[in-house]
Design a protein around this ligand. Sequence first.
Ligand SMILES: *Cc1c(COP(=O)(O)O)cnc(C)c1O
Length: 396
Amino acid sequence: MSHLETNLIHQGHEFNQTKAVVSPIYQSSTYYADQDLSEYIIAASESKHPYFYHRHGNPSNSQAASIIASLEHTEDALVLATGMAAISTAILAIVKAGDHIVTQRSLYSGAMLFFKEFLPDYGITVTHVDQSDNQAFEHAIQENTKLIYVETPSNPNLAITDLEFIGQLAKKHQLVSMVDNTFASPINQCPKDFGIDVIIHSATKYLGGHSDLTAGVVCGTKTFIQQVWRRSLVMGASLSPFDSWLLVRGLKTLALRVRQINQNALALASYLEKHPAIKQVAYVGLPAHPQYELAQKQMKGGTGMLCLEIGADGEELAYQYAQTVLNNLKIFANAASLGGVESLVVHPASMWGGHHDAQQKASAGITSGMLRVSVGIEHIEDLIADFKQAFAGLGF
Ligand SMILES: *Cc1c(COP(=O)(O)O)cnc(C)c1O
């Protein structure tokens, strides 16, 4: 099959061995095995076997993985219980004690925690560079570097990493390149087309799309996915049958949802950019974004993620303004996570206050007056009106 809209509906249907049009939920921890022991050996050792034991695989997990691999133009994929399970398991399939990773300064907080607090305890060192500085990535490469790990657009400040450059750099130095493609979704960005080896997602976000599941996915070559699968057997973060069934269901409308979200977010960002209460809007679809041309080159849409900074004199007032706007908003709910059909907003300085110190927050570009918005599929006029009345509470 060739078009992604068709693949979203039909890919992986062979894993449904029933007559039901919609695959059932395989709510079973184990499966009847063949009496023939030579068949049993194969089932017990085959990567992602869908009918052996749940930690090895499940038909819905295989179906979801097959759909996502087709979206990401990779040979294979593995779904796991969360985005963090995908990130940690995939990284541990590449590095071991004595190895080094080059990554960027602005990263999802969970990935940052893994790099800063956990990997060093296992003898793995990490260098963080400015993601908008291509040369900085090359300069950070050492003799023991094994992996370049990037995230674009990044969380929460929506900076872009040059995927084609990273893909070529990794090839030149025989390193693995890995990207967290969660914010873009495969509808807006296909890193494999720029030479990236491994693509991971928090499928909790756009791929699931309804804020009703947690899941993660690793996409890459068959050989690599086999390596990740072997580690997933011992890490044990398998995706539950119900969550993978929900994921397959959510994926069917991915293209429709993301395209509507792109449209809504561009319209909202254009409105916010001109509002007198706003100091700055970071949205990759606005020509004012400092890396707009790069975004246009590697992305097909701007995503639903934007970050706005409320204008205020001093940190304290900025914090107060952010609190007031958050209180006033009625449609945009204050909740962690993103990528669902409903619009959400968070105050990054509070969300990561407990994990990052002041210097880390500054280095990740997080300020007191900043709000991160995940735009949903509500009517755009209602979304704009919601911000309009929220700013009116500040006296604008
Ligand atoms: C949410 C998120 C993750 C982690 O995913 P979980 O499903 O919550 O484990 C990783 N990367 C990005 C960019 C995210 O937004």
